[in-house]
Design a protein around this ligand. Structure first.
Ligand code: MLT
Length: 323
């Protein structure tokens, strides 16, 4: 009896998939964003989601699910129905570093989600509030050295991009600052502008607008070369402390989402990245846009696996973990 039921269930599933894919999408799609509104991940999510929605003829509804540096949001995506109506945007922190840092994650970042497409990546800016008495990166390092572990700095939690940026900064400068966790670097940036915190290494898409508005100070960009979006900001190496960190984003669906649906979503993501207005707005924020080949699900999955192994080595060497 059991075997017959299993055969019937698998037949039903195989019949349902083409029908599901043919009518897809016939209702709005939920886009889970692991950080608070207004931060760099949210900015990418809304830009990409809006354009993908136009491509697919259905609205992308943003669901900002915060906490534990994005690992709560990823868990929500893992448990969602694999029907194409829930997707998750994440990055090298939420979908890579957290897999090494959090020992009690109840999912596998490499196998419990289906890759849809790689999304843009951006370098980070070493920033301070305007009240910090430093005009160069060397002076900032001196300020931190004479105030060991006393200067409040912002992150979006252990494993977030701003945490990875802080770790790279500590390693490059031999200094450290207090890691105060926020639900995203959107709210953290508000406190940096207000001098409630004084330092942050944050993605260019979030920090560059504040630098341009004269509300915070930037000392260096964590890239090999200066950004076309901010040619007057030196690289961290030019400023005396070589460090390179790039926060890439990606789009995933729950494991088991039909490949026809993954393909529809991937093509819509590529269309969004090829849209001249979306490209201009992202590049103006210092984002580098991946090619359609790099965005392909298989290429993205291979990249994800490489990054997972690379960051696992870095984080284990730095003994960064949460039991
Ligand atoms: C955000 O969107 O708030 C950032 O991606 C958080 C982070 O990873 O630093």
């Amino acid at each position: 009896m059991l075997r017959r039921r299993t055969v019937l269930a698998s037949m039903a599933a195989s019949v349902a998939t083409p029908a599901l894919a043919q009518s897809y999408p016939n209702k709005p799609i939920t886009l889970i964003v692991p950080f608070a509104a207004g931060g760099p991940t949210d900015v990418v999510a809304r830009l990409v989601g809006e354009r993908m929605g136009k491509e697919l003829g259905q609205q992308f509804i943003i669901d900002n699910t915060t906490g534990a540096a994005g690992s709560i949001a990823v868990g929500k995506a893992v448990r969602a129905a694999p029907d194409g109506y829930t997707v998750q945007i994440g990055h090298v922190g939420t979908n890579v570093a957290n897999g090494t840092i959090y020992k009690n994650l109840n999912y596998d970042l490499l196998t419990d989600l289906a890759p849809i497409a790689r999304l843009p990546q951006n370098p980070m800016l070493v920033c301070s509030s305007l009240q910090v008495p430093a005009k160069t990166l060397k002076e900032l390092v001196e300020y931190l050295k004479v105030n060991p572990d006393k200067i409040p700095g912002g992150t979006a939690g252990m494993g977030s991009g701003s945490h990875l940026g802080a770790l790279a900064f500590f390693a490059a400068t031999g200094t450290s600052y207090q890691l105060i966790p926020y639900r995203g670097t959107g709210p953290a940036m508000q406190d940096l502008v207000g001098n409630q915190i004084q330092v942050m290494v944050d993605q260019s898409s979030n920090s560059l607008p504040q630098v341009r508005a004269g509300k915070i100070r930037a000392y260096g960009i964590t890239a090999k070369t200066r950004s076309n979006a901010a040619p007057d900001i030196p690289t961290a190496a030019e400023a005396g402390y070589p460090m390179e960190v790039s926060i890439w984003h990606g789009l995933w669906a729950p494991k088991g989402t039909p490949s026809e649906i993954i393909d529809r979503l991937n093509k819509a993501a590529i269309a969004a990245m090829q849209d001249s207005d979306v490209r201009h707005r992202l590049e103006d924020l210092g984002q580098d846009i991946p090619t359609p080949a790099e965005m392909a699900p298989a290429a993205f999955a291979a990249f994800h696996k490489e990054e997972y192994a690379r960051w696992k080595k870095i984080l284990e060497a730095a003994n960064v973990k949460i039991e």
